[in-house]
Design a protein around this ligand. Structure first.
Ligand SMILES: *Cc1c(COP(=O)(O)O)cnc(C)c1O
Length: 412
């Protein structure tokens, strides 16, 4: 097993170690929850100061033009495009992931009007399913089929009635990574459209939307893109579909001439039609700081470190915590895993709370999963070592076995 000296050497040899200085990481905290809410980039303090003082307070309404506010969905979208293998005109930042799922499902249906089936995953992040059910509530003729309920493999649910497949690239609980090209090809062979949910892959994996011939995608920016709490989400629509698709939340921000104030809706060409109404400008301004950092990183280096960090954590936890009932839930093969390592334990919630109390912030997902996200831009190998040591200590001393660690908060 690696010694602490080996681990410090890994940090010294890490080609992306210097990115850590770009983030505000509170003293005494090892932050393994960037897959839920990324930390603040240091540059965001000045960005927000500028956005509020110069642009809002002094610039007032002139800032829509002068400070580029009106163009932010497109300019930030172009930055995300670089990170996910898309062209700059194929991504916009707008609204939240849930509403973007609604819009893209309808957009996919608009391309396949004679088909009635939506295929998704039972193990999906629930909002994806809730939104698919919401789509069904206004289109009761639609059928929803789920991998894990109606068949074991998504490929077995595809047929000539499949209009759209809604699928996560990385499973939020287990961290399992899907092969984007394989699933996309299988869906295309049946004539279906695929909507990829990139919430747990954008920013930690070299997503290659165009290289995989993807149709549409959505994702959030407050996780590994460090855009800030409630930062808006993004939509990708491949150029080959962008003019043909329509979506029903046809607001004025998606209009070809918003300031012509016409009676009838006339969509913008391209992905811009996925915007609906006025966007949260201060949130977009904060998000810019996070994206600037991510865009400087080489996603292949990020991926290499992500695999090494999660491999190391799994190795250390299994060595140090053996015999305490902790079981790996994530794929053992790093090539099939996103940037998290999840372990099950019947007292997982209390263990995570006890770890947080010791400064190691991970999270818990029902029914029994302890989830630890390793964001390569600011997590070091030494952080991994210390986290595993703290977990070992908590398990050996049963520190977690106290009522205040068992009491569940509203947000887990
Ligand atoms: C985090 C996450 C979401 C969040 O959706 P919001 O609308 O931003 O609340 C959606 N889907 C997946 C897969 C997620 O991980």
């Amino acid at each position: 097993m690696n010694s602490l000296a080996d681990i410090k050497a890994m940090d010294l040899a890490d080609p992306i170690a210097s990115f850590r200085e770009r983030f505000h990481l509170p003293d005494g905290i090892i932050y393994l929850d960037g897959n839920s809410l990324g930390p603040a980039p240091k540059s965001v303090f000045d960005e927000m100061q500028k956005a509020i003082h110069e642009e809002w307070a002094n610039g007032l309404i002139r800032s829509w033009n002068k400070a580029g506010w009106f163009d932010l969905p497109g300019t930030l979208g172009a930055m995300i495009a670089k990170l996910v293998g898309a062209n700059s005109n194929e991504v916009i930042v707008t609204d939240n992931t849930s509403s973007n799922i609604f819009k893209t499902l309808f957009a996919a249906l608009s391309l396949r009007p004679d088909r009635k089936t939506i295929v998704a995953e039972q193990g999906s992040f629930p909002t994806d399913l809730y939104i698919a059910q919401g789509v069904q509530s206004v289109r009761p003729d639609l059928i929803l089929k789920l991998e894990g309920r109606d068949a074991d493999r998504i490929e077995d649910l595809l047929d000539d009635d499949t209009a759209v497949v809604l699928i996560n690239q990385v499973d939020y609980r287990t961290g399992e990574l899907r092969n984007m090209s394989e699933v996309t090809n299988a869906a295309h062979d049946c004539g279906a459209i695929v909507v990829w949910d990139l919430c747990h892959s954008a920013g930690i994996y070299p997503v290659d939307l165009n290289g995989s011939n993807a149709d549409m995608a959505i994702g959030c920016s407050y996780k590994y893109l460090n855009g800030g709490p409630g930062a808006p989400a993004f939509v990708f629509c491949a150029e080959r579909h962008a003019n043909a698709v329509s979506q029903p939340l046809s607001g004025w921000w998606g209009h070809a001439k918003p300031f012509a104030f016409q009676t009838d809706f006339e969509p913008l060409g391209g992905v811009g039609k996925f915007a609906s109404g006025t966007q949260p400008i201060l949130s977009l301004r904060a998000m810019k700081a996070g994206l600037e950092v991510a865009c400087e990183a080489d996603m292949n280096e990020v991926r290499a470190k992500s695999m090494a960090l999660t491999d190391l954590f799994i190795e250390l936890v299994e060595a140090k915590c053996a015999g305490h009932g902790v079981e790996l839930v994530s794929p053992r093969d790093a090539a099939r895993r996103g940037s998290q390592a999840s372990f099950s334990h019947e007292n997982g919630y209390a263990i995570v709370q006890a770890m947080i109390d010791r400064g190691v912030i991970g999270d818990f997902r029902r029914p029994n999963i302890m989830r630890f996200g390793f964001a390569p831009l600011y997590i070091s190998y030494e952080d991994v070592w210390r986290s595993a040591e703290i977990m070992q200590d908590i398990l050996e001393n049963r520190t977690w076995d106290q009522p205040h660690f068992r009491a569940e908060n509203a947000v887990t």
